[in-house]
Design a protein around this ligand. Structure first.
Ligand code: FAD
Length: 494
């Protein structure tokens, strides 16, 4: 019987567990370092947190939900959805909570993965699936003096709910996807809120709104209606791939819409200039909000574009020497996205270290498998992030492919599957060449890039292309270690 270990219980881990169980895998364990399922939707509890892909699509294809409260559901509702899916589809009993996987090593004698757990135990499994996400480790900026700050500091992904921001003088560092959600939610109650902006984001209106009771009941009752809505959102998003991945000039309509929106939303020309992005559109994530610009014009809110030079006991200091007195600093500085699988130590065939192999940037064939690391599958792995559509589409494509691989192992047709180095190298060359033609290569500094400028995050094509490439597992892409009786006479074992 093939045993499978999954690390992580976000969308990826839960979906993989359901699909593997449905394909007959019963020897299955999920390790989760936290005490609940949910991944980023468990962690990011900041005020205003919500998805930015419509919920009819930002949900699992095999677990449709007709009664989302809004078009873009809030965090708590998405978290509850994941809990419900894990409970209803019988994943919960396979999860070992509060158990971090510290290291994973491939044992060549046994052809199994040996996991070292934070509980001090070891766990062995034939197949290892890392569903640790790209955005599960908050990134703290290296600001000189931050450690000497006397007030309260926290990251948006570790929101301090004990610390009421009403009447406080708050500094927000960063203007990314999280900040544009929590600033409008907290700013009105603060005494002052200073937003430190390194680069202005493109923010478009969010076509959000509540679903009426009638609409929800129609989605639940009318056959095919929810699927139709999902397909419509998918197709609309997918069309944007042309502008994002193929011909950035095709984003002209979005650019025009952005300029119009900014002009209408921010009448003050000076502030508008500071809020006008200098990067090409799409180079960083295009954001959506209906209240970001409004919140920046509240009397107690200031947008500072001067770079931060340091932090003192009671102030953030900018390069012009100005001291901005605050009692709270909220870091909206995103995640250590390029550091895939860290801090876990992963050792493959011949004792090779995954992070050593990835020292010039993480890479994986189809974002999923790595030469030298048999029977290891990485979900939402290198170059599987998107600028135009739902990550769940990518995760489900990967999972379908992994299930095919596990089926093969279960049938005994192979003991290990290991992608051929030349196949992985060829794929990587294609990804890197293609990504150079996308909007992500527009010259900005984004979380998609490593320090040396390699894009390790984004898929450079449509999700249709990704799905097509992962529809069928191609055995010729692998070194297949088959049991002796299955190797045809006269053929060498790979
Ligand atoms: C605030 C926010 C909003 C987002 N909104 C959208 C959106 O609207 N649309 C979209 O497509 N994408 C969005 N994303 C991207 C999001 O990351 C993916 O959509 C998806 O949720 C990723 O799921 P995952 O299971 O791959 O990873 P995660 O959700 O990151 O889950 C990883 C899990 O692994 C666990 N883990 C990690 N390491 C270990 C270890 N060593 N041992 C044990 N457990 C471990 C973590 O605790 C976590 O539970 C958003 C991300 C964030 C942060």
């Amino acid at each position: 019987m093939t045993s499978v270990a999954i690390i992580g219980t976000g969308f990826g881990g839960i979906a993989a567990a359901v699909r593997l169980k449905r394909s007959g895998v019963t020897d299955l364990v999920l390790f989760e370092r936290a005490d609940d399922v949910g991944g980023v939707w468990r962690e990011n509890t900041y005020p205003g947190a919500a998805c930015d892909v419509m919920s009819h699509l930002y949900s699992l294809s095999f677990a449709p939900k007709a009664d989302w409260s809004r078009k873009f559901a809030p965090q708590a509702e998405i978290h509850q959805y994941l809990r419900d899916v894990a409970r209803d589809l019988d994943v919960m009993r396979h999860v070992r909570f509060s158990t971090e996987v510290l290291a994973a090593a491939f044992d060549e004698a046994e052809n199994r993965w040996v996991l070292s757990l934070s509980t001090g135990e070891e766990h062995r499994a034939d197949v290892l699936i890392a569903a640790t996400g790209q955005l599960s480790r908050p990134s703290r900026p290296a600001v000189p003096g931050l450690e000497n700050f006397r007030g309260t500091v926290f990251h948006s992904a570790q929101w301090n709910h004990e610390h009421d921001l009403s009447g406080r003088r708050v500094a927000v560092i960063g203007t990314g996807a999280s900040a544009i959600q929590f600033v409008p939610a907290v700013a009105p109650a603060t005494a002052s809120l200073t937003v430190f902006q390194r680069s202005a984001p493109y923010v478009l209106p969010k076509p959000d709104g509540d679903y009426s009771e009638r609409a929800r009941s129609a989605y639940a009752r009318v056959p095919g209606l929810l699927r139709l809505s999902r397909a419509r959102i998918y197709a609309t998003n997918e069309l944007r791939s042309l502008g994002v991945n193929t011909e950035p000039r095709l984003l002209f309509a979005h650019r025009a819409r952005f300029r119009r929106y900014l002009r209408e939303a921010v009448p003050d020309a000076g502030l508008r200039a500071r809020l006008t992005p200098t990067d090409p559109m799409g180079c960083k994530r295009i954001l959506m909000s209906n209240d970001w610009y409004r919140s920046l014009q509240l009397p107690q809110v200031e947008v500072v574009t001067e770079p931060i030079s340091g932090v003192r006991e009671q102030a953030v200091v900018t390069a012009d020497g100005r001291e901005h007195e605050v009692d709270t600093i909220v870091l909206g500085t995103g995640f250590a996205a390029t550091e895939f699988l860290l801090p876990m130590r992963v050792t493959g065939r011949g004792g090779r270290d995954l992070h050593e192999q990835w020292k010039d940037g993480a890479r994986a064939h189809l974002g999923t498998v790595v030469p030298g690391f048999p029977n290891l599958f990485v979900l939402y792995g290198p170059n599987t992030n998107l600028g135009h559509n739902s990550i769940i589409v990518m995760l489900e494509a990967q999972i379908g492919w992994v299930v095919q691989a596990v089926r093969l192992l279960r049938r005994g047709a192979a003991r290990t599957l290991e992608v051929r180095p030349e196949v992985a190298a060829g794929f990587d060359a294609w990804v890197q060449e293609r990504v150079g033609h996308t909007v992500f290569a527009g010259g900005c500094r984004s979380w998609y890039l490593t320090a040396s400028g390699r894009n390790t995050q984004n898929w450079p094509a449509s999700t249709l292309t990704f799905r097509r490439r992962l529809r069928r597992l191609r055995l010729d892409e692998f070194v297949v270690d088959a049991p002796a009786e299955l190797v045809p006479a006269g053929e060498e074992r790979a």
